[in-house]
Design a protein around this ligand. Structure first.
Ligand SMILES: Nc1nc2c(ncn2[C@@H]2O[C@H](COP(=O)(O)OP(=O)(O)OP(=O)(O)O)[C@@H](O)[C@H]2O)c(=O)[nH]1
Ligand SMILES: [Mg+2]
Length: 272
């Protein structure tokens, strides 16, 4: 029995054959996995997104941002049983918070709806979580990761903001503003998300450090958005991210022991 499988079993109690689902040739897991997809006018991209999702997923929660195209119908056609939830407010952060509340799985994976994320990578995130990580954080800049979607200005902004977070919060992240992440549901109680926009990933990355959660970076490749236009505006949203960093620095939440994070295959070693 592989050590990863043993770790999944020891975390989850005694092995009951029927409860465990194989998710790769080396790993079977018991915890149900929910995938949350924030989507605003992504009907044309959803076929590419759903095509890559593994069939062993427990549920897909699609958070519709009042789309004016066929996003909801296309999702229902592609994934019978998809849970569609509307959002009260606006923005990606608001959508994710809404989606997390609707999840029933023990593990939650965040996947963008623009075709930029490969669902086949979910197994890497889940493997890290059942092996002991609390938060599996995608990174386009860990060895083995990459991006086909970032402009030079976005790369520069992400790098500078990531360096600030590392310096201010004692993390050793290689990426900051990336939407492909996964975590155990219990993390939500410790990070208490309260934001609306694209700063949501940054807020999560900072609060998991502050909560002393175990973070593991997962090398990930971000593909080009397939159809449609980006909702992100580099300067506007970069400033929102900076504001969150400064707010988190100035508020008095305890900076407990820093997370131990390992970039898989990156040779980086532990994060703290
Ligand atoms: N429900 C909902 N989804 C949103 C909202 N804003 C963005 N999204 C979704 O969040 C995901 C990320 O948004 P993108 O526009 O792709 O932002 P990005 O990935 O930074 O930029 P590009 O990939 O370059 O376009 C996509 O699936 C969007 O449809 C929103 O207000 N509500
Ligand atoms: Mg995108």
């Amino acid at each position: 029995m592989s050590s990863v499988l043993r770790s999944a079993i020891s975390d989850q109690g005694p092995l009951h054959q029927g409860r465990y689902r194989p998710i790769s040739s080396h790993l079977a897991i018991a915890p149900p996995v929910s995938v949350v997809i924030p989507a605003m006018n992504e009907a044309e991209n959803l076929p590419y997104v759903f095509k890559t999702l593994p069939e062993w997923i427990h549920e897909v929660v699609l958070v519709d941002g009042n789309s004016t195209d066929d996003t909801v119908q296309v999702a229902r056609d592609l994934w019978p049983g998809v849970k569609v939830v509307g959002q009260q407010g606006k923005g990606k952060g608001d959508a994710l918070i809404t989606g997390f509340e609707a999840c029933t799985g023990d593990i939650i994976v965040m996947v963008d709806a623009d075709g930029s994320a490969d669902g086949q990578e979910i197994v890497s995130y889940v493997s890290a979580l059942v092996s002991g990580a609390d938060f599996a954080k995608g990174s386009r800049f860990a060895n083995g990761g990459g991006t086909s979607d970032m402009t030079p200005i976005r790369k520069l902004g992400n790098r500078v903001l990531c360096a600030i977070v590392n310096a201010k919060f004692g993390a050793r992240y290689t990426d900051l503003c990336y939407g492909y992440n996964a975590f155990w549901r219990h993390c939500l109680d410790k990070i208490e998300l309260d934001c609306t926009g694209f700063e949501v990933e940054t807020l999560m990355n900072i609060r998991v450090v502050k909560a002393g959660l175990k973070v593991q970076e997962i090398p990930s490749h971000e593909y080009l958005r397939i159809h449609g236009a980006s909702n992100l505006r580099a300067v506007r949203d970069g400033l929102r991210v900076l504001k969150v960093i400064l707010q988190e620095r100035s508020n008095r939440r305890a900076l407990r022991s820093r997370p131990r994070a390992v970039a898989l295959n990156s040779g980086q070693g532990e994060l703290s």
